[in-house]
Design a binder for this molecule. Structure first.
Ligand code: 5GP
Length: 179
């Protein structure tokens, strides 16, 4: 385990098993269609790659970035589109892949974004959900794990751009961000 990690919350095996289930759910949901799978960078990148390989589907991939976190562990509030999509999603079924639904502000912003861009439908899959932290009423359509209110790192999740490549999801030691 990384020395900055207080404990492992979700092991590599637990994540892999649940990602497989999420992939099976997507196969049923999108059978007969070719959705545009959108990765909300950077936190979703690792999950996105595993999830789409677990779902035997015809998909297109696109990437964007919505951000509200700087180099600290507390959300700064208002999310903004930092990097736009490469292609139009007008009239398309969109599969948005998120890392965490926390306060819900990012997801509300993205729901509005895809509506404005004329997407035909929007399905949201989130790796994690922190229901205790919700400020706006919004849910993903499929959540892999509902988790406690702690600052998490690994499997794509960072603190100040580090720890994204840890293969598990761990709780970051408070001493790392409170010094
Ligand atoms: P929301 O807008 O729902 O408050 O925040 C969603 C975003 O905040 C997530 O996409 C994620 O990037 C970031 N976030 C929320 N909780 C955590 C956490 O525990 N660890 C990390 N690394 N990022 C988090």
């Amino acid at each position: 385990m990384h020395p900055d990690c207080e404990r492992i919350l979700l092991s590599e095996n637990e994540i892999a098993a649940r990602v497989k289930e999420a992939g099976a759910w997507l196969e049923k949901k999108f059978a007969g269609t070719v959705p545009v799978a959108v990765c909300n960078l950077k936190g979703s990148a690792v999950f996105f790659a595993d999830l789409l390989r677990a779902a035997h589907l015809d998909v297109e991939m696109d990437f964007m970035a919505v951000s509200s976190y700087g180099a600290n562990a507390v959300s700064s509030g208002k999310p903004y589109v930092k990097r736009d999509l490469f292609s139009s999603v007008e009239g398309r079924d969109v599969l948005l892949v998120e890392d965490i639904v926390d306060t819900g502000r990012t997801l509300i912003t993205l729901r509005q974004f895809f509506k404005e861009r004329g997407a035909k439908s929007l399905t949201v899959v989130s790796l994690l959900d922190k229901p205790a932290r919700r400020v706006v009423e919004v849910e993903a359509d499929f959540v892999c794990f509902s988790v406690e209110d702690a600052f998490l790192i690994g499997y794509g999740l960072d603190y100040a751009e580090r720890y994204r490549n840890l293969p598990y999801i761990g709780i970051l030691k408070r001493s790392v961000y409170e010094k």
